[in-house]
Design a protein around this ligand. Structure first.
Ligand SMILES: [Zn+2]
Length: 382
């Protein structure tokens, strides 16, 4: 498919040739109509428009992406765990820039330590991540970071900015199933690939602000990231290099600087309340069973753009986001399915970890009174 930037360049080139010709010289080759290619190209450029995604469409898109994430990893069928994560998430959403968006918190049934934010408010955190977290403040730090990816529309903006979906002036994204499926494909790929450095640092900053405003110690995210780096340092193979990754050092230093600069002083940590509901323990990286990237029903992983789309001009920087934190550079496993120490072969174990069989979402209904009681019990801010 003809890409708009190419068409625009071609149009400029044709225009330049046209201008260079002596005035009134007419067609260079007699018999050919003047400037026909230019007319065609401009006409085509006219027929494309910028993709606009309404909030309703954003939520519908997020629901479809979440369905794929759940199909890949499965969902923990534990109502108490979902209720607890949703309570913490709800307190944070109240302090976010989109407090009215109906956020949903989903615990994925996998040993891999990960979290994924899909547009429209679908926040996924893995059982493995819950096992590695040590307190409610750390959980709040991770959730707030993910919530910020949604409130700042990082994924939707990337699709629009990079023109990953070509849409005709007269077309509707929701009424064209083919276009909609392409949009879900592209969005799923982006959500799984993780974000670039700029988006990650922005979500780190926003997350600190949200956590502090809710009353949680803003050090939670950094504590968790340090533990994640240590977990990685002890594993065999390429992932071990990650421990001295300059981006991680930069990220932790930026978090500390921000806490001091903004004078964030909230102190609630709640390790005991966390452990009362969350009894998971993290499986060592070397013992995590993995499946081939993208082999279990998720478009993401192999990051091949669907027809009619093109890859981002600035692909997400590998190894920076939470989702791709442990991704070794440029390694993809080729075998169908293995168990055991994939980390020693340079596989992105956390992301390629096996998922559970049950994909059903666990519904959580909370009344404002329940959220308030939870907040008061934890001495958190209203
Ligand atoms: Zn992130």
């Amino acid at each position: 498919m003809l890409k708009l930037p190419t068409a625009a360049l071609a149009a400029l080139a044709v225009l330049a040739v046209g201008l260079a010709a002596p005035a009134g010289a007419g067609p260079q080759i007699p018999g050919l109509p003047k400037s026909k290619p230019l007319t065609d190209i401009l006409k085509r450029a006219d027929q494309l428009r910028d993709l606009v995604i309404t909030e309703d469409e954003e939520i519908k898109l997020g629901a479809s992406v979440s369905e794929r994430v759940r199909a890949r990893y499965g969902v923990v069928q534990d109502a108490a765990v979902h209720r607890y994560v949703t309570l913490v998430g709800t307190l944070l959403v109240r302090k976010s820039t989109r407090p009215a968006l109906p956020f949903r918190f989903i615990v994925l049934d996998t040993d891999g330590v990960n979290a994924f934010a899909a547009p429209g408010g679908f926040i996924h955190i893995t059982r493995g991540a819950l096992g590695l977290l040590a307190s409610e403040a750390e959980l709040a730090g991770v959730l707030a970071h993910e919530i910020s990816h949604v409130t700042e529309k990082h994924t939707v903006n990337a699709i629009q900015k990079n023109k990953l979906i070509q849409i005709g002036a007269e077309e509707s994204i929701t009424k064209n199933p083919e276009l909609w499926n392409k949009l879900v494909d592209v969005t799923s790929d982006l959500v799984m690939a993780g974000f670039g450095r700029g988006e990650e640092l922005e979500s780190d900053r926003d997350g600190l602000k949200m956590a502090d405003a809710a009353g949680y110690s803003p050090g939670g995210l950094g504590e968790f990231l340090k533990r994640l780096a240590e977990r990685n340092a002890n594993s065999a193979g390429k992932q071990g290099l990650f421990a001295s990754h300059p981006e991680m050092k930069e990220r932790l230093a930026t978090l500390d600087k921000e806490i001091k600069a903004r004078k964030y002083a909230s102190t609630v940590v709640l390790p005991d309340r966390y452990r009362k509901t969350i009894s998971y323990t993290a499986t060592p990286v070397a013992e995590i069973a993995t499946v081939e990237s993208g082999s279990a029903g998720l478009a993401g992983g192999t990051a091949k753009p669907a027809g009619g789309t093109k890859p981002p001009e600035e692909p997400a920087k590998k190894g920076f986001g939470l989702g791709s934190l442990l991704k070794p550079a440029g390694t993809e496993k080729k075998s169908a399915e293995v168990t055991g120490s994939a980390a020693s072969r340079g596989v992105d174990t956390e992301r390629n970890a096996k998922g559970g069989a049950v994909k059903t979402m666990v519904a959580v209904k909370l009344t404002p009174a329940e959220v308030d009681a939870f907040r008061k019990e934890g001495n958190l801010k209203s």
